[in-house]
Ligand binder design. Sequence first.
Ligand code: NAP
Length: 246
Amino acid sequence: MDLTNKIAIVTGSGQGIGRETALVLARHGADVVVADLDIEAAENVVKEIEKLGRKAIACKVNVGNKNDVNRMVNTAIETFGDLDILVNNAGITRDAMMHKMTEEQFDQVIQVHMKGTFLCMQEAALHMRKQGKGKIVNISSISGKVGNMGQVNYAGAKAGIIAMTKVAARESARYQVNVNAIQPGFIDSDMTRAMPEDIRQARIKDIPLQRPGKPEDIANAVVFLCSDYSNYITGTTIEVAGGRSM
Ligand code: NAP
């Protein structure tokens, strides 16, 4: 799956699944805008990509802010001359049972996941439409399919991302821009390491393939959806969950 000289933006790529996705895209030949709230983390990932012999630039961005998103897309075009790939990966959790969830916890999660995905797709698609090519991959979650307890904000946003993926895919198809989503299951990252140990163990027990996913498992699916091997796939969702909640 050759992505040589493709230009990619990966949001939330300072750590976790996003970082691994940026590195795996680079290993397949892409140059990457490493976009994250945490600029130091992003700069470290840039150094790792450069060691692989590819180009990269760090960009401090809050995906829920339109000006930041506009600057992020311009950074890709001004630095590398194009934009072929957008991976909407940035994410947060603010878990609480519904009767205890604050309005702020609800709004924060919607802002990053739903508004962030909308703003990034909107801005990137404007450019991709003009070029008549592009691949957008949105990172949803199995929580958006099954509705994990304590995640009315997150599961709602992640289900919304699936619907937004389909709308964007329909609207972008005539311009040869593919828009797809991935629903990760339980992946070993800071996000899941922050869970109470009993809940972590219960989730892992529920996985038919009998192990948590690795960030690389998600990154490999992203690469497929960004490659020519998926040119006839749009508006769909791939579950990368070890068989959990099939
Ligand atoms: P993570 O380790 O917490 O990494 C998330 C990254 O996103 C962090 O670098 C974070 O920066 C950044 N970020 C947060 N808010 C942002 C914003 N407003 N603008 C730009 N960047 C922002 O999480 P992860 O586990 O790798 O998850 C990555 C994605 O996969 C998320 O969308 C998550 O919902 C999804 N997912 C994860 C799992 C899992 O099991 N881990 C399962 C299903 C779906 P800071 O560190 O500075 O906040």
